[in-house]
Design a protein around this ligand. Structure first.
Ligand code: ZN
Length: 216
């Protein structure tokens, strides 16, 4: 079932007609109409609870999902330096993530729905990472250097891929978001100490903007 390799076809970006009726079931933090029309969505910053909430498997593969994927890319490009985005980062608690390491080349747009890591290397490396939900902050994270992944595409068609190097790191960072894990969780105690000031700033910023309890 998962033998098929992903085709390197670009995500079909033609605009869809606006969709009426209910949105995909994406939890309590999903913004109104997130999958109904083309739009840039708002990225939530740590410690917004959407980043820690459970992400449901995608079960409906229709125009709403395609519109959501389109909107995730639009949101990612709008922020400028973002190369990957997971649905919970826009408050949509579904197991869906996108990335494009070559921002200038839209044929490199990559979409994973309901992904699973089925194998990974025992060898790891340590590199600096950034996250759109942690503005103006970076930190070093250790991760396996290759992974094998099973997922479905935006039409529900299964595929599997082996991913190496920088893309493997990018995949794992976005995949963590689907499990409610954010990159400071993976830093060493010493590394986390270095970013503590930035984390404290994000927490006070959150408390100024929201009445909801922060999810640290
Ligand atoms: Zn991130």
């Amino acid at each position: 079932m998962f033998g098929k390799q992903q085709q390197k076809e670009p995500f079909p970006r033609e605009e869809l007609p606006p969709h009426e009726g209910p949105s995909l079931d994406a939890g309590p933090y999903a913004p109104e109409g997130f999958d109904k029309r083309p739009q840039k969505l708002g990225v939530v910053n740590y410690p917004h609870p959407a980043l820690r909430a459970e992400n449901k498997l995608v079960t409906e593969f229709d125009g709403r999902l395609k519109q959501l994927v389109f909107n995730l890319f639009e949101t990612m490009y709008a922020v400028g330096d973002g190369i990957g985005l997971a649905a919970p980062q826009v408050g949509v608690n579904l197991r869906l993530m996108v990335y494009n390491p070559q921002l200038s080349d839209k044929t490199q747009e990559t979409v994973f729905v309901n992904p699973k890591i089925v194998a990974f290397s025992s060898s790891k490396d340590r590199k600096e990472e950034f996250c759109m939900s942690f503005p103006r902050m970076s930190g070093t994270v250790e991760r396996p250097i290759w992974i094998e992944v099973e997922a479905v595409d935006w039409t529900g068609t299964p595929f599997s891929r082996r991913i190496e190097g920088f893309e493997a790191r990018l995949f794992q960072h976005e995949y963590d978001h689907l499990d409610g894990i954010v990159f400071p969780d993976r830093m060493t105690a010493n590394g986390k100490l270095k970013v503590q000031g930035s984390l404290n700033f994000l927490v006070s910023d959150y408390k100024r903007n929201y009445d909801m309890e922060p999810a640290l």
